[in-house]
Design a protein around this ligand. Structure first.
Ligand code: ZN
Length: 497
């Protein structure tokens, strides 16, 4: 049977209306250039067979024949890539929404928040993300709901994260609730006076905290080195002894050790602590912030990051997401109504929806001045670091930190596309970006046997693009269809309502 993509989708939706689903027929995706990161040297037209949600065959020749019982899907000369992996998301935070509304939405806003969560998995798929890793979920039930959604990316997580007691980010929550919100904190005896008595030191050692994540089904553990910013500076930070304890336990339990670190000092600490992944770029150079070029001492550190093959997530959109409040064009992007339901977008456009702008800039600085401040300050610095690492072919991992703050500048799915543009502008090649979002993430997080390439045996998480991702970044916005475990979705079917 040969049907066009459009007809196939119509057929598909007719089937889903009825009661029990018939056993899925094999799918033969043909007339596509197969772009798989382990095999970029000779790109050829071919076909891919999906059976029972897995990739069954990969044919790199035009003459291969479809099995008789397969549904044939013509890619019409497009490019087939593995589903993209974003290894740094926070699904339980609604972008642009204050902490309290996020945690306990009032009656007026509850519907708006519920609509957002219904759309959330679809927005990631809309931009081709079929695997996500959540680094720190405030509400585990949000992740469970996500996994129960009718269509959703595969979701892994780091379990409850490991802040040091009263350190970042638990410092943002009021003292009365922060220990409930971050039950897996690390006990630092220096903080004992302000740790409630019901929390016993033995339950909060590095080994105990890592074991709790392991029990919760995590594939990674998230730690932090962050002295804070704004009015929350001089926070307690993880000690070398605690970090060494986490390192040892994570290795024993087979978990990937990640560290939030975005300053020169913090990344130095992370490298010394021998982490697997640094979860941010370096936009904060401390005393060296005003140096126009990369200082030699930072280069020395970056060389160590390259040499040790530490996974590196530049997360440039953390800064882009703040800058968005000072860019009058941002909320007008045509992609936004595709990923955000109408009610929430209307709220973003209301005066109340701009509350976070005041948190970034209390003085009402003109937009232009704020944009220049970002571009000449933290964005310049993070770009210089990413560019240096790109020239040395560091082990880049694609992670967006969506949302990194309560900002509407980091929207699900779209933020990944914006991050790719940032990475490319900072000097990463298209091949580096493609590998970071596929094979590098799969390897680092030990998911390589399941995802990350187009090879027989892997989960059939695939994306069909009209354009080549090795020719331009905007190829990632030319998606035609997405497959998750072999289930095919047109891009159009994933848009927000
Ligand atoms: Zn994060």
């Amino acid at each position: 049977m040969k049907v066009s993509l459009i007809a196939f989708f119509l057929l598909g939706s007719a089937f889903t209306l009825g009661a029990p689903k018939p056993a899925p027929r094999p799918i033969w995706i043909t007339d596509v250039t197969i772009v798989s990161p382990e095999n970029l040297a000779h790109l050829v037209r071919g076909s891919v067979l999906i059976e029972n949600g897995r990739i069954a065959r990969v044919e790199r020749k035009a003459s291969a024949k479809a099995p008789a019982d397969a549904t044939v899907v013509s890619g019409e000369g497009g490019f087939l890539i593995p589903g993209l992996i974003d290894s740094h998301v926070h699904l339980a935070s609604v972008p642009g929404v204050p902490f309290e509304m996020n945690l306990n939405p009032d009656a007026v806003h509850a519907g708006m928040i519920a609509d957002y969560y219904r759309q959330l998995p679809r927005s990631y798929l809309y931009f081709g993300y079929t695997t996500l890793i959540d680094l720190a979920a405030l509400k585990p039930e949000i992740l469970e709901n996500f996994r129960r959604a009718p269509v959703h990316p595969d979701l892994y997580d780091c379990g409850p994260s490991l802040p040091v007691a009263n350190g970042y980010p638990m410092s943002f929550a009021p003292p009365a609730v922060r220990f409930q919100l971050f039950p897996n904190f690390l006990y630092d005896p220096a903080q004992s006076a302000s740790i409630p008595a019901e929390y016993k030191p033995r339950d909060h050692t590095p080994a105990a905290a890592v074991a709790a994540d392991k029990r919760a089904g995590a594939i990674c553990v998230k730690t932090y080195f962050e002295r804070g910013f704004g009015k929350d500076r001089n926070l307690p930070v993880i000690t070398p002894a605690l970090a060494a304890g986490v390192r040892k336990a994570a290795t024993q339990d087979g978990l990937v050790m990640m560290m939030h670190a975005n300053s020169f000092e913090a990344q130095q600490f992370a490298v010394d602590a021998d982490v697997d992944v640094i979860a941010h770029g370096m936009w904060n150079w401390g005393a060296l912030d005003r140096q126009p070029e990369l200082p030699p001492e930072i280069k020395t550190l970056l060389d160590r990051i390259v040499k040790k093959r530490i996974g590196y997530q530049p997360t440039i959109q953390v800064m882009g997401g703040l800058r968005a409040y000072f860019d009058p064009e941002y909320l007008k992007m045509p992609a936004i109504p595709r990923v955000i339901p109408a009610a929430l977008l209307a709220w973003y456009n209301s005066p109340q929806g701009k509350w976070f702008r005041k948190e970034i800039d209390e003085d009402n600085t003109p937009d232009e001045e704020m944009r220049q401040g970002f571009d000449r300050g933290p964005i310049r610095r993070v770009d210089q670091v990413a560019g240096y690492l790109a020239a040395k072919n560091a082990n880049f991992l694609f992670g967006t930190d969506t949302p990194s703050a309560p900002t509407y500048g980091n929207l699900p799915g779209l933020n990944g596309y914006l991050e790719m543009q940032q990475l490319h502008a900072a000097g990463l090649s298209l091949e580096q970006i493609f590998k970071a979002a596929t094979i590098n993430n799969a390897r680092e997080f030990k998911l390589e046997s399941q995802v990350g390439t187009i090879q027989p045996g892997k989960i059939a998480n695939l994306v069909l693009l009209r354009k080549s991702p090795l020719a331009s970044v905007d190829a990632y916005d030319s998606i035609v269809a997405v497959w998750v475990h072999g289930e095919q979705m047109s891009r159009e079917s994933l848009t927000a309502k």
